[in-house]
Design a protein. Structure first.
Length: 217
């Protein structure tokens, strides 16, 4: 079976299971989405949502976080992993947004990637979920699943992004990103499926008997 055929199986299965894909990170605007995505690194969406539900009703603009300052931001996000580094990024990117973009989140992938603490994946999520621009953000979970499903060779997240963009029409990218995340959490878990038990894995590789070892991002 070719990767194009496996991609069709993946798309059909995911569309059936997840016809709707709500954004998992709660936010009030594009700026708070950017902050939540930044905070979600090495942290669960649930933990981020639990923390930000007490922040965003009061603080939801770059100006608010500048006024708070780094130390107060640290206190607000203390239960989130590497909170000091993230607080510094939130504070510095807020200053950059006010100084360079009049307090608005730029609608350009390149401009987003230049913001403090914002990498390609975070910028892609904001472009996709914040502005509706076709993007295919690749995190470690999608990287792992794409390997299990035979959609990429797993050499790097950069290669995985290229492969998935080649295999799936652009109009599906934004939804697929979330569908794959949801499916991985529910059916193709890192320490349960191992590429041999979920519906997609067994459909793409019906003769696979041994667990597949995926390459880390």
């Amino acid at each position: 079976m070719k990767d194009v055929e496996r991609a069709k199986i993946v798309l059909k299965t995911l569309n059936k299971i997840y016809p709707k894909t709500p954004i998992p990170l709660k936010h009030k605007n594009t700026f708070t989405l950017l902050i939540s995505v930044l905070l979600s690194a090495q942290c669960t969406d649930i933990n981020v949502n639990n923390v930000t539900k007490g922040i965003y009703p009061k603080y939801n603009k770059p100006e608010h976080f500048i006024k708070l300052g780094r130390k107060k931001i640290e206190k607000l996000i203390r239960s989130i992993g590497i909170f000091r580094i993230k607080a510094k990024s939130v504070y510095n990117l807020s200053k950059t947004l006010v100084k360079k973009y009049n307090g608005r989140v730029p609608r350009s992938l390149a401009d987003l990637e230049e913001l403090p603490g914002v990498g390609h994946k975070t910028a892609s999520v904001v472009m996709s979920q914040g502005f509706g621009y076709p993007a295919f953000p690749i995190d470690t979970h999608i990287h792992r699943l794409a390997q299990r499903w035979g959609l990429t060779n797993g050499k790097s997240v950069v290669q995985t992004e290229k492969d998935l963009k080649r295999l799936f029409p652009k109009k599906y990218w934004n939804k697929l990103h979330l569908q794959i995340i949801y499916y991985g959490r529910e059916y193709c878990k890192a320490r349960e499926c191992y590429g041999i038990s979920c519906k997609i894995c067994t459909s793409c590789y019906p003769k696979r008997k041994k667990p597949i070892m995926t390459k880390k991002a």
